[in-house]
Design a protein around this ligand. Sequence first.
Ligand code: C2E
Ligand code: CA
Ligand code: CA
Ligand code: CA
Length: 275
Amino acid sequence: VKKGGKNGFQFYSHELNSQMEEKIKLEADLRKALSFNEFFLHYQPQVCSENNRLIGVEALVRWQHPTRGIVAPNIFIPIAEETGIIYEFGNWVLREACRQMKEWQMAGGAFIPISVNLSAQQFYQANLGQYILSILEETGLEPKYLKLEITESMMMDSNLSNQILKELSEFGIQLSLDDFGTGYSSLSYLKMLPINQLKIDRSFIKDLTNNPNDKAIVATIVSMAKHLQMDVIAEGIEEKEQLDILKENNCFNIQGYYYSKPLPANEFEIAFLST
Ligand code: C2E
Ligand code: CA
Ligand code: CA
Ligand code: CA
């Protein structure tokens, strides 16, 4: 019990209750969100800064809540994970992203991979590989056009992750290590696992123009990726100065507001696929 006597404590417990009520409400709404078609995807371009060509696109989920407006994934994905909703939800995201990419390809544009975020729990879902294969078959998207974004925390159990990643990679699906440098991955995993891409986290980009340590880290990641024969992409680029420093350090694959925010499918199409 904190200072402030019984009133202080009462206030604290009220606060806690309303926080829990809030979460329970959100959880109940989340259970209905899939069947009510309240989820949709936004698409953020990945661009090569040397020639300004589109090299990929990341699918990012949004929840159009009936009364709250758009709820950000950082708010509802943790709840979806706690409640197990993440499995059905994650499968929906995968299917919708593959379906959309195939539709764009049929319309004649964009033979580029679509990056889809996997949550840790989904990663350990039984038969994940087979399930993803069935989505690819169903949508007609070739495996090489799907890039799964995983995080370092998923590689803690190295035996299991080794097995899952190997299977996905043998299918021809690409793998990107998201938020690279912020987790606990040991570098020895990196050389064993069939990772295609390292994604430099925005936390190293934010102060890149002023902070020599960030510059050193970025340069090191780029050079390590090259030696391990992996691609590298930087995320969260907002300014020309950041772009220039990345170019100087041979990092040309860029994702960030500098090129575009994540956009609804139709806007992404107009801005990046129609020429
Ligand atoms: P993330 O995978 O690291 O995605 C990048 C986040 O940075 C996105 O936020 C994106 O909108 C934002 N971003 C992109 N460029 C910039 C920039 O230049 N400046 C700034 N300040 N931000 C930028 P978003 O869409 O809110 O997603 C947040 C997180 O939620 C994602 O982080 C990812 O971990 C998770 N998430 C999003 N969609 C999915 C999904 O379909 N499945 C799963 N499991 N997680 C998802
Ligand atoms: Ca991501
Ligand atoms: Ca990221
Ligand atoms: Ca991040």
